[in-house]
Design a protein around this ligand. Structure first.
Ligand SMILES: [Zn+2]
Length: 567
């Protein structure tokens, strides 16, 4: 006789006796047993392989009922480095900017019906990086840190091993199945997260030719930029939008927006021109005005900055005019809707939440999170929950902390105020044990450490602070007269590091649309791929047609990319 769970005891009180006592684990919305996937027990970590991760991820999605989904389109939003603390702080900032106390506000995805927690570790790293984590979400198999859609067997940087263990991505699967695809990011398009859609590389840093070792190039390994415009499998993305122009252009070519800069490729290739030759009807855009003028019914390549795009906080100052993440999301969905007859798969990455955290600047991280909320809202308004699965998640966490006892409505970027005790009457700053005020938000490590550094004296740091040459901080800074709500204020960081680090804690997953009911519980990050594939009949059928499904039609075998050349 199983012990009654506390929820059952509550249910007993409301006379729902039979539903509770006869099957404590029953989930009426998910006929899970029929899709159960057997996963072999292995010694961990030695027994882990890409094939094992793929099957284990399939089992998690299937047991939650993802196979019941009937999605036509899938949109995956990734807030890079968007920890749960970042979500909570950003929702408050958004609410406060709207004139509310803030805590009750909801970011757009916080209205979604389904949530889960995603466990983000890489196969070789407790606190993961974006390459391994996006590989997990894009291919259904966890991977090492630093690799782009490559299984865990070869070491990072192993060219031949990377080729032998390339993993099929969700975007390659979609393109090979007659769906249209899009990739949108605020980072360089060649950066880890967008790269994992259509490129395969044993090292995330091989973004252009002269960042790829000569030995690897001679052995046939191609840089990420060249793979994005000329993918190994099939047609590639129908819409590509982001930054990173200099990785696509030769050193001899001046940049259109910043004439004193030029492309950075040494091999003489102009990948924009190559893309245009391969897409004679397509449009290339490098600023917002060109994006607005581009036709809807043709492929699009847009590269809005030589490097990463601007932080949303700084975007208005861009010389050439940059679209917002919501603008890019809207422009992409509208095109994919016009161009697709069978559906589409889209990645939208808010990449610079992560960068702002690395810089130790919570303001820019929160504002970029709000920009992601606007982008998700745009997708919600342009699509139907009847046919489009929208999933929002992060690849990994950061060390942002949300602490102290600020009063309801206290400005989230301010010092803690309003917890009345003998040290701090209501409405005045709360004081630490040495009598100094402190902010609600802080970082466990990073360039915001208040020790003297090579570029700024001891005390609070201002963005942009390289964080080199730290001497240990002696005591806390006096913040009484410091404007911690200024966009360039850097939150205090306990441990001095030039770049604040990722965090190893779980991140959230929020979902709406067909198959979203399966997004629940505590899942491994690679199960997200399976949740998306199992919820989309055309994608799961494409895998079954190649003999990769079990008797119940659940894709359980690791695909070989060679079997998915364009049809
Ligand atoms: Zn990062």
């Amino acid at each position: 006789m199983p012990l009654l769970r506390p929820t059952c005891l509550a249910a007993l009180a409301t006379l729902l006796v039979s539903a509770c006592t006869t099957s404590p684990g029953a989930r009426p919305e998910a006929p899970a047993d029929s899709w159960a996937v057997a996963v072999p027990a292995i010694n961990r970590p030695e027994g882990e392989t890409a094939a094992w991760w793929f099957r284990a991820g399939a089992a998690q999605a299937a047991e939650r009922g993802a196979m019941a989904g009937n999605a036509r389109n899938v949109i995956l939003f990734v807030g890079d480095g968007m920890s749960l603390t970042t979500v909570a702080a950003a929702r408050i900032l958004a609410g406060q900017r709207a004139g509310q106390p803030g805590e009750e506000h909801r970011l757009s995805w916080e209205h979604f019906p389904a949530t889960a927690l995603s466990r983000t570790y890489n196969t070789d790293l407790q606190t993961p990086d974006s390459a391994g984590t996006m590989t997990a979400m894009a291919t259904g198999a966890k991977a090492r840190a630093g690799v782009i859609s490559v299984g865990q067997a070869p070491l990072r940087g192993d060219c031949a091993g990377g080729r032998d263990h390339a993993l099929l991505s969700l975007w390659e699967l979609a393109a090979a199945s007659g769906l249209r695809t899009g990739v949108v990011t605020t980072a360089r398009l060649t950066h880890a997260t967008p790269a994992a859609t259509f490129a395969h590389s044993p090292d995330r840093n091989w973004e252009r030719d002269n960042e790829t070792p000569a030995t690897a190039r001679e052995a046939g390994c191609r840089d990420i930029a060249s793979q994005l415009v000329d993918p190994a499998l099939g047609r590639g993305a129908d819409v590509l939008m982001g930054g990173g122009r200099h990785n696509f252009l030769p050193v001899t070519q001046p940049d259109p927006e910043y004439p004193r800069q030029s492309g950075k490729r040494n091999d003489g290739r102009d990948l924009v021109a190559e893309w245009q030759r391969a897409h004679p009807t397509g449009t290339y855009a490098w600023n917002a005005a060109q994006l607005s003028a581009a036709p809807m019914d043709a492929p699009l390549l847009a590269l809005f900055e030589p490097d990463h795009m601007r932080f949303e906080h700084d975007r208005a100052g861009d010389a050439g005019g940059e679209p917002s993440l919501a603008d890019m999301t809207r422009a992409t969905i509208e095109r994919l809707q016009v161009q697709s007859t069978q559906g589409y798969v889209l990645l939208v990455e808010a990449a610079r939440i992560d960068h702002a955290h690395h810089y130790g600047n919570a303001h820019r991280a929160l504002v970029d999170t709000m920009a992601l909320s606007d982008a998700v809202q745009a997708a919600v308004e342009l699509t139907s929950a009847d046919d489009t699965l929208v999933m929002v998640t992060a690849d990994h966490s950061h060390t942002l902390t949300f602490a102290g006892y600020p009063a309801r409505g206290n400005p989230i970027l301010d010092k803690v105020r309003g917890f009345a005790d003998e040290d701090a009457p209501a409405g005045e700053y709360a004081l630490d044990a040495t009598g100094r005020p402190y902010t609600t938000l802080g970082y466990a490590n990073g360039p915001g450490n208040t020790g003297a550094s090579a570029s700024q004296s001891a005390g609070p740091k201002r963005f942009l602070h390289p964080g080199k040459g730290f001497k240990p901080a002696t005591g806390r800074p006096e913040l009484t007269d410091v404007d911690t709500r200024h966009p360039d204020y850097m939150q205090e960081a306990l441990v001095p590091l030039a770049s604040e680090s990722h965090g190893g804690d779980d991140v959230g997953v929020w979902a709406r649309g067909p198959g979203s009911a399966a997004v629940r519980g505590s899942i491994e990050q690679n199960a997200l791929f399976h949740l998306m594939v199992q919820a989309t009949p055309r994608l799961r059928d494409a895998l079954c047609e190649r003999g990769l499904c079990n008797a119940q039609g659940v894709p359980v075998e690791l695909p070989d990319p060679a079997d998915f050349k364009a049809r």
